[in-house]
Design a protein around this ligand. Structure first.
Ligand SMILES: Nc1nc2c(ncn2[C@@H]2O[C@H](COP(=O)(O)OP(=O)(O)OP(=O)(O)O)[C@@H](O)[C@H]2O)c(=O)[nH]1
Length: 458
């Protein structure tokens, strides 16, 4: 064995003679074992002390006496020799793997020990084992999460499918990527055939155009949209309420819309009924005083800004009380209804006829016809109202007749504000009524009317 080469090896080498005494020990062993240079001639126990693994002594004995080579693997006998290399400040006994070889030479049996430092391997193995365990745990967690996700996703999909509200999802162009059963029912869609089609194609053409503009604006700005719109399925008109909100990817880029749809037909109809009830007279179905003044205010604003003209007419029945007194309240009600119908019949759709209360009616001409046309129309209205009316009374019929007094006020000539116009129409109507009383009634009736009028104007 070439001593110089043995000295520089990066493993420990010990050569024992037939008596088990050290013949050669290299530098690696001396430094790792902290041995004195004079260990040559000593046994392993003399050189290394008691902290030596008896199994090593056993295999050395086997090599010298029975010529058997062996290996002490670090996996089973981690530290056979007390080797403590100085690594920084830390001192630790290193893990070793020792090849014990039985040699034969002219000098008799020898035993060669080759010792390798396995600490780093063990550290790496331990690290790898730890990493493998962590990986396995991570994989198990991921698998569990995946299963949970699949379960949740299934549950949510099922909940969405059975939800009583329409739910659908689109891309940024409005193309359907998902729609639950209720959504398909509300929009009249058929999946999977309609998957990928633009959901607004379900709307009626006239609805779709206006709606499309608002939808486009919402998608372009990626903002929420709340809309109520009408959809006709066959002959059935339904009101739907849409709530749409953008969905974004992890970079906050909008990628589509998630939308809910509710059938609000009942609510709409109820709201319309309430609105109608609040603004209309129960008996005649005509707009009431509140609605009349509201429409007059709007028409006045329009006429003021466009320098237009409008006219209003107050109309009060003459001789109405007598019908109530003679035939009863129900008969009076029928008269009011027939007056409403007759007035409505002679006027244009854009003219408003309202019942202000009692036997008082009012007409609004948002675009006033010339004065002579209004006068002509009022005389036609008066003639129509004065025609006899047939009333159905407890299985019999009665023919009755009423007259009417009317007063006109024109904007801007007779008043610029709403109060001035209303007052003017009222005044004109009572003047007309007085003049009719003067010509038609006897003096006592006229005095009664005057007294009544003072009360009203007070
Ligand atoms: N049937 C019925 N009568 C009503 C209703 N509202 C008010 N009246 C009655 O209508 C009558 C109106 O009285 P007047 O204005 O003096 O009736 P008139 O006989 O036409 O008298 P002038 O207006 O002075 O010509 C009153 O007797 C009220 O009680 C209603 O909804 N139905």
């Amino acid at each position: 064995m070439h001593d110089a080469a043995v000295q520089v090896l990066d493993l420990g080498v010990v050569l024992l003679n037939a008596e088990g005494k050290i013949e050669i020990v290299n530098r690696w062993i001396s430094s790792h074992g902290r041995l004195s240079p004079s260990v040559v001639g000593m046994s392993l126990v003399e050189a290394f002390g008691d902290a030596i693994d008896p199994r090593l002594l056993q295999v050395v004995d086997d090599a010298l006496n029975r010529g058997r080579s062996n290996r002490l693997s670090h996996a089973f006998h981690p530290m056979p020799l007390p080797l403590y290399p100085l690594r920084g400040a830390a001192i630790e006994r290193i893990h070793q793997s020792i090849d014990v070889s039985a040699l034969s030479s002219s000098a008799g049996r020898q035993c060669l020990l080759q010792i390798r430092d396995m600490s780093e391997t063990i550290r790496r193995e331990a690290l790898l084992k730890l990493q493998a365990r962590q990986l396995a745990e991570e994989l198990a967690r991921l698998k569990q999460a995946q299963e949970d996700l699949a379960r949740h996703s299934l549950r949510f999909r099922e909940m969405a499918r059975l939800a009583p509200v329409g739910l659908f999802e689109t891309d940024m162009q409005g193309r359907l990527t998902y729609c639950n059963d209720r959504g398909q029912e509300l929009l009249g869609l058929n999946f999977p055939a309609d998957l990928g089609s633009n959901w607004t194609s379900a709307l009626a053409a006239e609805e779709a155009e206006a709606f499309h503009r608002r939808w486009k604006a919402a998608t372009e700005s990626a903002t929420r949209l709340t809309e109520e719109f009408q959809i006709s399925k066959g002959r059935d008109e339904r009101w739907l309420r849409l709530e749409a909100g953008p969905i974004r990817d992890t970079n906050q880029v909008p990628v589509g819309f998630i939308c809910t749809l509710m059938d609000v037909t009942e609510l709409q109809q109820r709201a319309q009924r309430h609105e109608h009830r609040a603004n209309h007279d129960n008996l005649t179905g005509l707009p009431n005083r509140g609605r009349f003044e509201q429409r007059l205010r709007a028409a006045l604003a329009g006429a003021q800004s466009l320098s237009g003209e409008l006219a209003i007419v107050y109309l009060d029945l003459d001789g109405f009380k007598a019908i109530n007194d003679e035939h009863g309240h129900a008969a009076g009600d029928q008269v009011l209804q027939q007056v409403g119908t007759r007035l409505r019949k002679l006027l244009r759709a854009e003219d408003l006829v309202a019942r202000l209360g009692g036997d008082e009616f009012a007409i609004l001409f948002p675009e006033a016809p010339p004065e002579k046309d209004v006068n002509h129309l009022l005389s036609k209205l008066s003639q129509s109202i004065s025609r006899p009316m047939t009333l159905a009374l407890n299985g019999t019929h009665a023919s009755v007749q009423v007259g009417c007094s009317m007063g006109v006020a024109r904007f801007p000539r007779q008043g610029e504000g709403i109060d001035a116009l209303l007052a003017q129409a009222d005044r004109a109507m009572y003047e007309h009524k007085l003049s009719r009383k003067r010509t038609d009634d006897d003096i006592s009736g006229f005095i009664d009317q005057l007294n009544g009028m003072k009360g009203r104007h007070a």
